[in-house]
Design a protein around this ligand. Structure first.
Ligand code: CP
Ligand code: NVA
Length: 304
């Protein structure tokens, strides 16, 4: 069987994604019931981090341990990757010793090059362009709270960044309409928008985009690698804060999500994480369950 990778959500079909999320919720229940599962006994996940992380590292590492396997934390600062060893050479070697490889890096092309020669599944744990693992958790969280997202409207407020691009992919795979509200010049990738057609609408007025929406989502204004732009972005995005007032325009019982880390007083109001519609803590925890399902799927080829 050819090796399957998870570089964007598009690497799985809608049917596989639905089954994977069902399985993630089952794994969550069985873990909460204290049942021991060793489906990945003696398996190893190599985790390459070229950017910081809390949730991604903890969820993948805890997930592998809970399934009976182990995870290796590899920072580019301490490996030959940081000293210029070609990515393809590293990919051949690391994937020959590990059962799967997770990478968080800058250019999306890096994970593509790694995967092109890897003999084990490669998982994109965030690049400048995509964050598909977060979308698994977000979609699991929505369905656990509200059921199927098919036919719903989701509103993204903020930068047309890696998370926004993954929401565009999700809109097409899960069948929801996506409104994107962003300042001029910060729209998502034009090719992706063209491909999504009328499934994605771009607004410059957050209030218009939020009207009647079922899920309001935002993210930091300056992503990792854009630290120098923080001050300029804070002024450009000032009118794009998700707060109680914006949330009041959404549908009754609308949910609020943020992949975290969040900056209170910037992209969200001080109390937004405690809003009755906020499901951010479930969303963060679901990184663990969704990725355990993903690891079983990629390493064992099973979804139950
Ligand atoms: N949401 C997310 O990926 O968080 P970390 O950067 O802490 O991994
Ligand atoms: N867009 C953010 C997401 C962090 C999880 C970043 O890339 O820094």
């Amino acid at each position: 069987m050819p090796v399957r990778h998870f570089l964007t959500l598009n690497d799985l079909t809608t049917d596989e994604l639905d089954r994977l999320l069902d399985h993630a919720s089952k794994l969550k229940r069985s873990w909460r019931d204290g049942r021991v599962r060793d489906s990945l006994k003696n398996r190893v996940l190599a985790m390459i981090f070229e950017k910081s992380s809390t949730r991604t590292r903890v969820s993948f590492e805890a997930g592998m341990t809970q399934l009976g396997g182990a995870a290796l934390f590899l920072s580019s600062r301490d490996t030959q990757l940081g000293r210029g060893e070609p990515i393809e050479d590293s990919a051949r070697v690391i994937s020959s010793m590990a059962d799967a490889v997770m990478i968080r890096t800058f250019e999306h092309e890096t994970v593509r090059r790694f995967a092109s020669v890897a003999s084990a599944p490669v998982i994109n744990a965030l690049t400048d362009d995509f964050h598909p693992c977060q979308l698994l958790a977000d979609m699991q969280t929505y369905r656990e709270h509200r059921g199927s997202i098919r036919g719903a409207t989701v509103t993204w407020v903020g930068d047309g960044n890696n998370m926004c691009n993954s929401y565009i992919n999700a809109a097409q795979l899960f069948g929801f309409h996506l409104n994107v509200a962003c300042p001029e010049g910060y729209e998502p990738d034009r090719t992706m928008l063209a491909k999504a057609g009328n499934q994605v609408s771009v607004f410059h007025d957050p209030a218009e985009a939020a009207k009647g929406t079922h899920l309001l989502v935002t993210d930091v204004w300056a992503s990792m690698g854009q630290e120098d732009e923080q001050a300029a972005r804070a002024s450009t995005f000032a009118n794009y804060q998700v707060n109680e007032q914006l949330m009041s325009l959404a549908a009754k019982n609308a949910l609020f999500m943020h992949c975290l880390p969040a900056h209170r007083g910037e992209e969200i109001s001080v109390n937004m994480l405690e809003h009755p519609g906020s499901v951010v803590w479930d969303e963060a925890e679901n990184r663990l369950h969704a990725q355990k399902a993903l690891l079983e799927f990629l390493i064992l080829g099973q979804l139950d």
